[in-house]
Design a protein around this ligand. Structure first.
Ligand code: SF4
Length: 324
């Protein structure tokens, strides 16, 4: 049974009497212990689509649809109940841990206060829990890390501390928004291995948001590719990343650097830019950038349809069908 079921989620920006759609009609299910990837360029709506789940949308934006966690609709939960969900059941890790860690307070004080807000335990017990958590995320010297200020730790160590804090209340769902983007590749690999180990150990579902399909290829079970606020392709990670069918997914993969590709001299950038929400083209939003575009692509928006097993695709042409 799924942990989270999202149905017809849309995010709107209210501009006077007009509502501009930022995320449109997104549906999916996340299973316990699953690493659920959401990929797309900046501006595709991937971050806003998950901020909506925990009622953290910026002012002036609203969400419609349904997002059930244990039968409760997160989108309509009263503020107080949502605070409990955010602290206890759903946790979030951001790209830059400095945005979630207070720069002027030692790590220990922040972690102890965080634990005590959600668990009715003594300061001493909270400190013990903080040490356990730092040990769990493989911080080499947890006692001295507790005394450190965030700026005294490396980027990778700060991200481990942020993950440890997120785990403090034993959440069942961890939302990780570009958690490795600012890190060196070796540090990035360490953080991905850590997430993989934690989800197995704690049955923790992880929603991993990234612009980098290479990150998802390392650990994701399911991948959803977003473009201009909509899911354009989704499926099991191995299947989708080995044989992408949407031209946009294929373009994202072609843009990845390959260290073992001796023939390649240039990276294949995707021409053009993703459209702004208020200037999305009619038909398929990707058509101005798509080499497979046909006349119907300019007028008719393709629906996201099941095409093969657990694969869903939104494309009139499906140019890579024979390769999958
Ligand atoms: Fe390209 Fe047309 Fe498919 Fe859109 S619907 S991705 S424009 S082929």
């Amino acid at each position: 049974m799924s942990l989270l079921e999202v149905e017809g989620l849309s995010v709107w920006m209210q501009a006077g009497r007009t509502r501009i759609p930022i995320v449109e009609d997104v549906s999916y299910a996340v299973d316990p212990a699953e690493i659920f990837g959401i990929a797309g360029e900046s501006g595709s709506g991937k971050t806003l689509s998950v901020l909506a789940l925990i009622q953290l949308l910026p002012r002036g934006m609203i969400a419609t649809g349904r997002a059930r966690l244990d039968g409760r609709d997160l989108l309509t939960l009263p503020r107080r109940a949502m605070r409990h969900v955010r602290g206890k059941e759903v946790a979030m890790v951001f790209q830059d841990p400095l945005t979630s860690l207070h720069p002027m307070l030692p790590i220990g004080r922040q972690m102890i206060e965080h634990v005590r807000i959600h668990e009715n335990i003594s300061r001493r017990a909270a400190r013990t829990r903080a040490v356990e958590l730092l040990t769990e995320v493989q911080i080499p010297d947890p006692q001295s890390a507790l005394q450190s200020f965030p700026h005294q730790l490396s980027g990778g160590m700060r991200q481990r501390v942020a993950i440890a804090s997120a785990l403090a209340t034993r959440p069942r769902l961890l939302i990780a928004d570009e958690p490795t983007t600012a890190l060196d590749v070796t540090v990035q690999a360490g953080i991905l291995q850590l997430l993989d180990r934690l989800r197995r150990k704690h049955e923790l579902a992880v929603m991993l948001i990234t612009h980098d399909l290479g990150v998802l290829s390392a650990i994701a079970d399911a991948v959803h590719v977003m473009y201009a606020g909509r899911i354009v392709e989704s499926g099991r990670a191995g299947d989708l990343l080995l044989s992408p069918r949407h031209p946009y997914t294929r373009a994202l993969l072609d843009a990845l650097p390959h260290a073992d590709d001796e023939q390649r001299r240039e990276l294949r950038a995707i021409p053009g830019q993703p459209p702004q929400p208020f200037a999305r083209p009619p038909g398929c939003a990707f058509h101005p950038r798509c080499p497979y575009e046909r006349p119907e692509c300019r007028t008719d928006r393709p629906e996201l349809l099941a095409v093969d097993g657990r694969r869903r695709l939104a494309c009139h042409v499906d140019p890579f069908r024979s390769l999958s």
